[in-house]
Design a binder for this molecule. Structure first.
Ligand SMILES: C[S@@+](CC[C@H](N)C(=O)[O-])C[C@H]1O[C@@H](n2cnc3c(N)ncnc32)[C@H](O)[C@@H]1O
Length: 238
């Protein structure tokens, strides 16, 4: 059996070596320094929440320590990221649960579990939305909320895709070998369409401008709600 290389070995590693704190704020934007915060998730007191592609789980750790959810599952398929999250934040268990798993299989196994699911440039960016979004809908309770931040355009400045197409973007294996991974950078109307097809409603999308600096990138911030009641087939009628 071959195992796919972990292309997230390097991400966040330098910061984890020096910064073991629980962040005192939650940011959605690429620069992670300003803009809207955890209020977009609503009041999550006593709610069950999942972070899809949590990385080192800094966002989830903030929510667990400062917003009193019943539980927050920080899900990540990267062994390196899961190990980093465990090293940094395992003392926040059981309110913070660190889950080493692909989000699609995790969400499919957690039918009707969550009040809120979110992603900060996480699994939503790196997983086919035609698989991930229906799985997220199935894992939410009726009336549940999905919020995610994603790229409004490619890091190169090239525009987002006009349909559900992934691009191969540069990545590095743990030993530094150059490779690629798939990333979905989609126009706002494309996200709206795939969310609608997955059963979500009340979709909003807001582009937050890039800050200053040469690597500044605009963020697309998307929210969507699962209907409070799911339409059912009406038995006995043709
Ligand atoms: C750019 S990092 C963002 C991490 C974190 N949200 C943050 O803002 O620091 C993307 C993360 O998504 C995770 N990821 C991508 N696709 C995934 C999937 N299908 N299932 C679980 N995790 C996934 C990667 O392993 C990686 O840790």
């Amino acid at each position: 059996m071959t195992t796919a290389p972990d292309l997230w070995h390097h991400f966040g590693r330098a910061r984890a070596a020096t910064d073991r704190t629980v962040p005192d704020a939650f940011h959605w934007i690429w620069g992670q320094d300003t803009g809207p915060g955890a209020e977009l998730l609503g009041d999550i007191t006593d709610k069950t929440v999942a972070d899809l592609g949590a990385g080192a789980a800094r966002h989830a750790a903030h929510l667990a320590s400062q917003h009193a959810p019943a539980r927050i599952d920080a899900v990540d398929s990267s062994a390196a990221q899961h190990a980093m999250a465990t090293d940094l934040y395992s003392p926040l268990a059981p309110r913070l649960r660190l889950v080493h798993r692909d989000v699609v299989s995790h969400l499919r196994a957690e039918q009707g579990t969550y009040d809120v699911v979110y992603s900060v440039f996480g699994a939503v960016d790196f997983t086919d939305p035609r698989e991930l979004l229906p799985a997220a809908a199935s894992a939410l309770r009726p009336g549940g909320l999905l919020v995610f931040s994603t790229l409004a355009h490619y890091l190169s400045g090239a525009p987002a895709q006009p349909d559900v197409t992934a691009a191969d973007i540069p990545a590095k294996t743990a030993d530094g070998e150059a490779t690629t991974m798939r990333r979905w950078v989609l126009q706002e109307r494309v996200w709206t369409k795939v969310l609608d097809e997955a059963g979500f409603t009340r979709v909003t999308a807001e582009e937050l401008p890039a800050g200053a600096g040469p690597r500044a990138v605009a963020t697309l911030l998307v929210t969507a709600v699962l209907p409070a009641t799911t339409p059912r087939a009406c038995a006995g009628h043709r």
